[in-house]
Design a protein around this ligand. Structure first.
Ligand code: SF4
Length: 340
């Protein structure tokens, strides 16, 4: 078991069991989250005997070890983290002026199997624990010697298929004793797990929801995102509209633009129909080719046509500036280069 991943109540219970006063829990959390130290040996204000007992109990500070990293010229950095059972996951650091974002993983592999996604090609291995999730963000902040301001569950895995661990990790990122990140700076990106979207809306957390939309009819969406066969488009859009209405948070609709696949005039007309009149934002994403996958990116002029028409119809929209493509850290491109 690791300290990162335990909430305050769990850690207090643990230190009390070890015969220590309750405040030791906050001391431990201070070392791990505020000072970025996860080696018990360096936690100098804790009694040596207590530190020994933590180790005897098989406890560790951290869940992850850094197994590799690649940095792009724009400062984007992709990390490979090794888990206690030797599986590896990736996370990405994206610096932009004052905003420092980490895109983190929630599963090893992914069962959804989106046809444009590098992770989707390798299948599902296992869920990450809350500690393994939150530690990606914490460790990157320590490595970059910076305060991570934003975090997005947009790496490997479908976050809402690992609901409990993802939610616990988000609460730890937000907690005053954790990484103290504003809830409105945290985003969960889903391929459309409808019951979990409703559950998330009831959590009373001001976190953002992003939906991988990518197609405007069921036939194409089911081809691109097989989960659409279980939760078809109308249900997914209704769940997102209800999320926006309940939380008053604008839902982001991600739309990877694929040449000759989803970038025609009929797609654009349907996209407007699906998005006009409710609290959403369409994010048009230039596709970054994945080896062994046949899709190609839409022409820049087509992206501009989509952007202009959506805006003309009163739909909030933008074209995502892709960062880190040279290290394969862009959307759908994790698990390509760093060898396990
Ligand atoms: S895009 Fe996301 S949900 Fe789809 S296969 Fe890749 S990791 Fe899974």
């Amino acid at each position: 078991m690791q300290i990162v991943g335990l909430n305050l109540e769990e850690l207090e219970e643990l230190v009390l069991k070890l015969g220590e006063p309750r405040y030791r829990a906050r001391q431990l959390l201070d070392w791990v989250y505020k000072k970025g130290i996860d080696d018990f040996g360096q936690m100098s204000n804790l009694p040596a005997l207590f530190r020994e007992r933590l180790q005897e109990q098989g406890l560790a500070g951290s869940a992850l070890t850094q197994a590799g990293a690649e940095e792009a010229t724009d400062g984007t950095k992709k990390y490979l983290f090794r888990l206690p059972d030797d599986f590896c996951v990736e996370a990405v650091y994206i610096p932009e002026k004052k905003r420092k974002t980490v895109c983190f993983s929630t599963q090893v592999g992914c069962a959804v199997g989106c046809t444009f996604c590098a992770t989707g090609q390798q299948g599902f291995k296992r869920n990450l624990t809350a500690g393994e999730i939150v530690d990606q963000v914490r460790k990157i902040g320590v490595d970059r010697r910076t305060r991570i301001s934003h975090a997005v569950a947009m790496g490997q895995g479908e976050p809402l298929a690992n609901y409990a661990a993802t939610l616990k990790a988000l609460r730890l990122l937000n907690a005053d004793y954790g990484l103290q990140m504003a809830a409105r700076h945290l985003t969960v990106s889903t391929s459309g797990v409808v019951p979990a979207i409703y559950r998330l809306a009831d959590e009373k957390l001001q976190i953002n929801l992003a939906l991988s939309l990518h197609a405007t009819n069921d036939e194409l969406r089911s081809q691109l995102i097989p989960l659409n066969r279980t939760y078809p488009l109308a249900q997914v859009i209704q769940a997102c509209r209800d999320y926006a209405a309940k939380t008053k948070r604008r839902v982001t609709l991600e739309y990877i633009m694929l040449e000759g696949v989803n970038d025609g005039e009929a797609d654009l007309a349907r996209l407007v129909e699906l998005t006009v009149g409710w609290l959403c934002h369409v994010n048009l994403i230039p596709y970054n080719p994945v080896p062994a996958v046949a899709y190609r990116p839409s022409a820049p002029r087509t992206r501009q046509r989509f952007l202009g028409y959506l805006q003309e119809k009163g739909v909030a929209a933008s074209i995502r500036q892709e960062r880190g493509a040279e290290v394969n850290a862009a959307c759908g491109q994790l698990r390509q280069h760093l060898k396990l």
